[in-house]
Design a protein around this ligand. Structure first.
Ligand SMILES: [Zn+2]
Length: 279
């Protein structure tokens, strides 16, 4: 089955991770669209000190404190380059990484498919998507997955002047921090497989010591059919691979169970990028 609207257009733009912004209407105005506010962090007023959850300064309806788990912050992985394309080649683990945008029902289905198979994934969320679907940030983290930054509007940051490109990174970082207490563990630039040295510097300035590239491109965003997606990934994946996949496409939903089966048969564990890189 082919993906719906925008698929052909996307294919025409095909460079790695080049899925265009989902056209679900006007960009929401800046600022909270999910009822969270800018209350400064404070102690957990609910008294559940032993809980892994604590307030991160957000407020819910009626101004009540909302208890949320503070997500992990970016880390430096010593011995790894600033731009990470893959993990260790001597361990049978891989990272499935997703462009986080598109219909949230598709996103939830993909997360559930992964979880049923015992897989954990990495989602690089587009900031404007989080504005439209703020609950997805918590859904991703609650599934044990990594959550990262994939710029605010998914534009070609490498072509922008420094200040504008930095803002695309920091705007998404602010969304993530407001929703999760952290700017997310990873940054991946939009519409390119590799960050330029300049974008790497800007990402570091925004708080990300590494940028996350990949070594296997599923090409799912070109809607080539589920079999083609599975065959492409299965043919190229190996120990340490980081695979580029996308939320928002029907082919990915149709391909993922077979892909997970293939990994299972080959003894390749699908883990978060953090786990892939942690010795
Ligand atoms: Zn992307």
């Amino acid at each position: 089955m082919r993906a719906g609207t925008g698929a052909a257009l996307t294919a025409a733009l095909s460079t790695a991770c080049a899925a265009p912004s989902v056209r679900t209407g006007a960009t929401p105005p800046p600022g909270p669209s999910d009822g969270t506010g800018g209350t400064p962090p404070g102690p957990d007023s609910t008294g559940a000190a032993a809980s892994p959850y604590r307030t991160n300064g957000t407020t819910g309806p009626g101004g009540r404190r909302v208890r949320t788990r503070v997500a992990p912050a970016p880390r430096r992985f010593p011995g790894r380059p600033a731009q990470i394309e893959h993990g260790p080649r001597d361990r049978p683990a891989v990272a499935l990484t997703f462009h986080g945008q598109g219909d949230p029902a598709i996103a939830r289905t993909l997360l559930a498919q992964a979880e049923r198979a015992g897989a954990r994934v990495t989602v690089l969320a587009v900031g404007s998507w989080l504005d439209e679907h703020p609950a997805m940030a918590r859904r991703i983290l609650d599934g044990g997955h990594d959550l990262g930054n994939h710029t605010q509007r998914h534009l070609t940051v490498s072509d922008m002047p420094d200040a504008e490109a930095l803002r695309e990174i920091t705007d998404c970082a602010h969304r993530l921090r407001r929703l999760t207490g952290s700017i997310g563990t990873w940054f991946r630039p939009s519409r390119t497989q590799y960050a330029t040295a300049r974008v790497q510097r800007l990402a570091a300035r925004a708080g990300y010591p590494h940028v996350l590239s990949y070594d296997v491109d599923s090409l799912d965003f070109t809607s080539p059919g589920a079999t083609a997606v599975t065959r492409k990934v299965a043919g190229e994946i190996r120990n340490g691979s980081v695979v580029s996949l996308h939320f928002g496409y029907a082919d990915t939903v149709a391909a993922l169970p077979a892909l997970l089966d293939d990994l299972h048969r080959r003894g390749l564990r699908a883990v978060t990028t953090t786990e892939l890189l942690t010795p």
